[in-house]
Design a protein. Sequence first.
Length: 297
Amino acid sequence: MNLFRNIQDLRQYLKQERLKAALEGKVLETGFVPTMGYLHEGHASLLREARRNNDLVVLSIFVNPIQFGPNEDFERYPRDEEKDLLLAEQEGVDAVFLPSVEEMYPAQTLTKITVSQQLTGGLCGASRPGHFDGVTTVVSKLFHIVEPERAYFGQKDAQQVAVITQMVKDLNMPVQIVPCPIRREEDGLALSSRNVYLAPAEREAALVLSRQLLQMQKQLNQGDTLTAGKARESLLQAFSAEPLAEVDYVEVVRFPGLQPLGDFERIAEDGEALVAVAVKFGSTRLIDNVILSKKGV
């Protein structure tokens, strides 16, 4: 496994690998998994998917400051370089890009990529203004550095997947975005680097998220009729009954367009619907979702 901390060295490595393949009459296909580190099984599943479908796998680990707001957890975001590199090696990663903030942003950033408020204004974007500008800007930078054929993202950040997919489409970026299923703990909690912040009682309380979302999925799979309004009301009641839960949002939107469904519209009546929630437990904000369709998930 090769470790790179600066852009030029990584670019040179990738150029050499592609040249070697070309001399053998092959096209080297690169799979890319961008992360903020503190890797877990969810990230490992992305790396395995990339490994299955590409000749070369690149992993980036970078806690991106420009996607954090002034009162968010950039400084305390969990980091463990040694553990991350061990997992990467175990999953057969060819190259790890682990730049510093100074390497990625050597001067004030005067250029940012902004995707329309239609996709970024709701859900997480409503309570985190500017967040998605930071996400799209850094992902665009990474795509230009790595130049992958495919990039892999977890569906837990469903809005992020929709936003990045739109950016790639609109800007004709030559990369395929591959969404991968949410990975969960045995008790249902969606895997997240932020789970480490949860006190034992908060972690137990957080199970209300997956319990309610997966129950909704089960209802729809059994043929029950479910309107967006009833879904929101049911989730809000369940979360309000949990003393340690503080709701940020509960939304039902079309996927991937993210247009809100009206209260009386039936979920997944004419396509896929995203039921997405963000809830704080103590100081830890967790997100979770299910994508529902007539055939289930």
